[in-house]
Design a protein around this ligand. Structure first.
Ligand code: MD6
Ligand code: FE
Length: 211
């Protein structure tokens, strides 16, 4: 009998970090429709780092607060600085996907209040960093990949620690928390390509409890 593997099971990356291949696949079209609605209100923009560099990844947010960067630093804001209005609400599907993924990775109490939406075009990258602008490091992070594949770098608790390279594809979800919460990670420069649903881009949804 022919079978179609939509979800080949979780893969533990480290204590507290789990890769869930294909976990978001059943929702891909609905997730992308919701992203379109959000960015019609809060458009993708290239933020400036505190050091004055333009980020190659374009970003937006939904939820009670959103991650922003400018010359004054990295932080969460209740309003979109471009419009002065609150960020669009987090769609119920986003919240349920994130909490279901967290629960299946061993975090049954995840309560996200922020969803950062990252858009990568070919060439865009995200340097090795820690996610440390949130108040409660007992809450995990849930990261959803859509569109073009990307090579995700997953390091240790210190920047020079060795990194694993994960080939994340459309529909993959990665959950990190507990002992892995402050691991360094990043995304290598995106290769050119065309995805059937998204064309020449990768969209990443990063869910967090910021406050
Ligand atoms: C990305 N993700 O995959 C960027 N951070 O496009 C992140 O920076 C990230 O995937 C914390 C935990 C998971 C992530
Ligand atoms: Fe991150």
């Amino acid at each position: 009998m022919a079978t179609l593997a939509l979800f080949d099971g979780p893969r533990t990356l480290a204590d507290g970090a789990v890769w869930l291949p294909g976990f978001a696949l059943p929702d891909d079209r609905a997730l992308l429709a919701a992203v379109e609605q959000i960015v019609a209100i809060a458009p993708f923009r290239h933020l400036e780092t505190p050091g004055g560099l333009r980020m190659s990844v374009a970003m937006s947010n939904c939820g009670a607060c959103g991650w922003v960067s400018d010359r004054r630093g990295y932080r969460y804001e209740n309003r979109d600085p471009l419009s002065g209005k609150p960020w669009p609400a987090m769609p119920p599907l986003f919240r349920s996907l994130a909490t279901n993924a967290a629960a299946s990775a061993g975090f049954p109490d995840f309560a996200p209040d922020a969803c950062l939406i990252n858009r990568y075009l070919p060439g865009a990258k995200l340097s090795l960093h820690q996610d440390r602008d949130e108040q409660d490091f007992t809450q995990p992070i849930v990261s959803v990949s859509l569109g073009l594949p990307a090579t995700f770098q997953f390091g240790g608790l210190k920047r020079p620690d060795p990194v694993q390279r994960l080939p994340l594809i459309h529909g993959d979800v990665v959950v990190w928390g507990a002992a892995a919460r402050l691991r360094f990670h990043g995304v290598l420069a995106m290769k050119a390509g065309v995805h059937p649903l998204l064309g020449a881009q990768r969209i990443n949804l990063t869910f967090r409890r910021a406050r």
